[in-house]
Design a protein around this ligand. Structure first.
Ligand SMILES: Cc1cc2nc3c(=O)[nH]c(=O)nc-3n(C[C@H](O)[C@H](O)[C@H](O)COP(=O)(O)OP(=O)(O)OC[C@H]3O[C@@H](n4cnc5c(N)ncnc54)[C@H](O)[C@@H]3O)c2cc1C
Length: 455
């Protein structure tokens, strides 16, 4: 059995910030991640750049260290608008390893939680195991076994059917505090926690990809001339390399709209491919472009999406059409090719667990202040929708704050959450989910726990 002050489950955006700050501030910290790399949506979802947030942001220690290290590896730029959050998602994997190891976080990759022990309202210990070993055991050992080395897990989800070994295959972890930063609320679900009841509202998801072999010096003047009013385009040279961003969505008319219409008429694209198109350059990848699309217009339940091969396959078909479109309609893309498709779907909303405080859109719009805020931001309310009239990008009038209580479980004393799935309503989540805010949540929560631990 191993003992930690803090166990962070989910090594993604918020989880990495939490683990880093926790270890830096003296807590013995374990980070558990199901994938073989850290970063979650930022790396596995190819989500880049980190959106610009408030100038007066708080809890930015991790973000600044992340950016500094990326920059030292030629994997970050500061954009024209002063946004420091333009980064390379592949190099981010390496940077996160280095940052977290340097402050002494124990990192457990490819790891699955097979059981949770609790008493009353306190989580006592977690049992973890390597994913692959579990899969092998799962296949090779019958569910009903007389082998005394095996017994059945106590969780109530698909994990329930997994048999785990009492001989070396699992490790028991005791923890004072636990953060569920899995975004899918894996722990909260399995512990029977309560959830906020507006979870029927969903935003579409996306499968992001990268195209390489792009002549950006050729594409830049084309797009700047086409979008001469700069409605959706920014671009130019930073440190001698082209950096740009452009977009086209179906709910408005943009400079690129006639090209998309022509491509649909010609059969190069399908109507559904035109719902949302956004591209960004990537620091350190001088011939590549990151696509924030295709988007799934049909919003399904997250469970359906996570397990639905058909939606993922349809998205990959769409990616093929999009690259053909770019080759045909964008000067500079003639020799471009798909170089990477995100291993993970990009999911915008999730079920949200009930915390000691439920943050609402009114708190956000009124810029309500709190005694213990974990973040300050002014990022707009950004709702993607399959219905044109429901899509929304609403600026906020005042900077807003999020209280620590929205990250504290209402059901378990030592359970916390951070990231895009926290105790808030659907509309406020649409503003809170961006990368810098997830960083601030993880950091603010870790600082709070370090203080609690030392008091
Ligand atoms: C398509 C799309 C585009 C976006 N674009 C932008 C953008 O341009 N800029 C911006 O700032 N924000 C953007 N966002 C928002 C932002 O990327 C996410 O909201 C944010 O990164 C989520 O962080 P998180 O920590 O909550 O989850 P994640 O970063 O997804 O981390 C969750 C982690 O938990 C792990 N995990 C899951 N289950 C388990 C388990 N059972 N055991 C262990 N680990 C587990 C996952 O593998 C993952 O590493 C976008 C989001 C989407 C979906």
């Amino acid at each position: 059995m191993k003992k930690y002050s803090l166990v962070v489950v989910g090594g993604g955006t918020a989880g990495c910030a939490a683990a880093y700050i926790s270890a830096k501030y003296g807590l013995k910290t374990l980070l558990i991640e199901k994938n073989s790399y850290l970063g979650g949506s930022m790396t596995g979802g190819l989500v880049t750049p980190a959106m610009k947030s408030a100038d007066l942001q708080i809890n930015t220690e991790f973000f600044n260290e992340f950016i500094k290290k990326l920059n030292s590896k030629n994997a970050q730029i500061t954009y024209f608008d002063g946004n420091i959050g333009w980064f390379n998602p592949e190099i981010a994997k390496i940077v996160l390893d280095e940052l977290l190891i340097n402050v002494g976080v124990d990192i457990s990759l490819n790891t699955n939680i097979v059981r949770v022990d609790k008493y009353d309202k306190t989580i006592k210990s977690l049992f973890i195991s390597a994913y692959e070993k579990i899969a092998v055991e799962d296949l090779s050992v019958p569910i009903e076994t007389s082998d005394s080395n095996y017994k059945k897990g106590t969780l109530s989800t698909p994990i329930e059917t997994i048999l785990y070994s009492t001989n070396n295959l699992t490790t028991e972890i005791e923890a004072d505090y636990i953060i569920d930063s899995t975004a899918a609320q894996v722990l909260c679900r399995n512990l029977g926690c309560r959830f906020i009841d507006d979870n029927d509202k969903k935003q579409p998801n996306s499968l992001r990809f990268i195209a390489s072999g792009v002549d950006l010096d050729k594409f830049l003047p084309f797009i700047l001339k086409l979008d001469k009013d700069r409605n959706a385009t920014t671009g130019g040279y930073i440190n001698g390399t082209v950096q740009l961003s452009t977009a086209c969505t179906w709910d408005k008319t943009w400079a690129l709209t006639p090209l998309f219409k022509a491509a649909v008429e010609e059969g190069v694209l399908k109507e559904e491919d035109t719902s949302y198109f956004q591209i960004f350059t990537i620091p350190g990848m001088p011939t590549s472009i990151a696509f924030n699309c295709p988007r799934f217009s049909k919003t399904a339940k997250e469970e359906d999406l996570l397990f639905s091969s058909s939606l993922i396959i349809k998205s990959r078909e769409s990616i093929q059409r999009l690259i053909l479109f770019c080759r045909k309609y964008f000067p500079g893309f003639e020799n471009s090719y798909i170089s990477s498709i995100a291993p993970n779907i990009g999911i915008r909303t999730s079920i949200r667990p009930l915390g000691r405080y439920v943050y609402t859109i009114n708190d956000l719009k009124n810029g309500r202040t709190f005694d213990n805020p974990v973040l300050r931001s002014n990022y707009p309310i950004d709702i993607h929708s399959e219905k044109k009239e429901e899509a929304q990008l609403e600026k906020v009038m005042k900077e807003y704050q999020l209280p620590i209580e929205a990250l504290q479980s209402a059901d378990y004393n030592n359970l916390f959450f951070a990231g895009r799935s926290i105790s808030c309503d659907f509309y406020s989540q649409a503003a809170l989910r961006i990368i810098p805010s997830c960083f601030s949540m993880g950091e603010g929560l870790a600082k709070y726990l370090a203080k609690l631990s030392n008091s």
